[in-house]
Design a protein around this ligand. Structure first.
Ligand SMILES: NC(=O)c1ccc[n+]([C@@H]2O[C@H](COP(=O)([O-])OP(=O)(O)OC[C@H]3O[C@@H](n4cnc5c(N)ncnc54)[C@H](O)[C@@H]3O)[C@@H](O)[C@H]2O)c1
Length: 357
């Protein structure tokens, strides 16, 4: 079997997981990493034994041997220029969410990937959780009947909210609920969202980062199914990057109620008090076992490239999710319902609100 030549750009938290997953995969031969933080570069080099390392991501894009790139850098404004250059250089790309900052950028990436016949997918890792997969299957096989409504409430730790808030002013809907909007729209395909209403609540995050603590988004689909997603990032410490989620999928013939609040493990020490291990969104390695979705998601991308299979997250759906969270931000700002598709001036207003126009 011919092994893939793979690069990872940005090997922080998620990129580190992706690099280890790639290094562990029999599908991958040479592995290259690009990371601007030299201490982190050295740390990840020790973990994955790459054939080349660099502090300049352009080196990986310019390397003709590399077939696939995983782009996990921050801030989120790096996503478009890195991905555009990678696709133009003929690389298959797995890009962390968000797909881009503007819809025009997202369209450009999708069109470039399609024109070049490349795999291009977005890191909506939550689809690779068994609970989310069960929801998809239960709607697909008819056991829940026709969908009526979907609710997801997700809260993450304040420390992670701080990390995100210090690099971007993108909203909780854009940075966090985006996963759950993607999940809902994936379940409801081929329905399309037509109307969005959102409210933000301001609390502990306002003074530090000028962002709300919580954002609630209600989306009406074209056949009347209602999606309700709440996302917050101000929970007190419980575990580094703790996430707690509750999911309800209601259908005409059944209901799926899923607790992903991570209360099932209590780790209590004199040193740190009570913690809730294995409670992060991407998951983590526990020696030889991976707990969470990101390892499988990474392998899925590598398989899609190696065996020319379709990617799980079609980028046009990521673009649709982006339009919905931009609409949510406009709705919250104006205290109004927003109809889709967004008009050009509304898109400009949403981007101006986060200082990216
Ligand atoms: N799917 C998930 O569950 C999930 C969870 C968290 C974050 N994310 C997304 O993943 C992305 C990464 O988040 P993170 O928490 O891993 O961030 P991070 O800050 O821990 O890692 C980003 C890394 O990129 C490096 N970097 C910055 N500029 C670079 C450049 N020009 N070239 C090379 N490296 C560069 C940084 O030094 C850092 O190590 C974000 O866009 C975020 O939205 C996804």
């Amino acid at each position: 079997m011919k092994q893939l030549n793979v690069g990872v750009i940005g090997t922080g938290w998620c990129g580190g997981i992706r690099a280890i997953a790639a290094a562990n995969s029999a599908l991958v031969g040479p592995l290259h990493i690009a990371e601007v933080n030299e201490a982190r570069l050295a740390e990840v080099t020790g973990l994955v034994n790459p054939v080349s390392t660099t502090t300049s991501w352009e080196d990986l894009v310019g390397n003709p041997d590399i077939e696939a790139l995983i782009i996990s850098a921050t801030p989120e404004t790096t996503h478009y220029p890195m991905t555009k250059a990678a696709l133009e250089a003929g690389k298959h790309v797995l890009l962390e969410k968000p797909i881009a900052i503007t819809l025009d950028e997202a369209d450009d990436l999708i069109e470039t990937a399609e024109a070049k016949g490349l795999k291009f997918t977005i890191g909506y890792s939550q689809r690779f959780n068994a609970k989310q997969a069960l929801a998809k299957r239960s709607l697909n096989d008819g056991s829940l009947g026709d969908p009526v409504s979907i609710l997801v409430s997700r809260h993450i730790a304040r420390s992670l909210g701080s990390k995100i808030g210090s690099r971007t002013k993108l909203s909780p809907a854009a940075m966090e609920s985006t996963h759950d909007l993607d999940f809902a729209f994936w379940l409801l395909e081929p329905r399309r969202p037509v109307r969005v209403y959102s409210q933000m609540a301001w609390g502990a995050r306002k003074a530090e980062h000028g962002v709300p603590d919580v954002q609630y988004v209600t989306v009406t689909m074209d056949d009347g199914v209602v999606v309700n997603v709440g996302g917050g990032w101000s929970l007190p410490p419980g575990y580094p990057n703790f996430a707690s989620t509750w999911i309800e999928v209601l259908g005409t013939e059944g209901a799926l109620l899923m607790d992903a609040s991570h209360k099932d493990i209590i780790f209590n020490t004199m040193d740190k008090g009570v913690e809730f291990p294995l409670s992060t969104m991407p998951g983590e390695y526990v020696d030889h076992v991976y707990a969470g979705p990101m390892e499988r998601e990474t392998t899925h991308f590598l398989e899609a490239v190696a065996y020319d299979r379709p990617v799980m997250v079609e980028p046009r759906l990521a673009r649709m999710t982006m339009e919905v969270y931009l609409a949510a931000d406009i709705s919250a700002e104006r205290n109004q319902v927003v109809e889709l598709p967004l008009a050009k001036e509304e898109i400009a207003a949403a981007l101006a609100a986060v200082g990216t126009s």
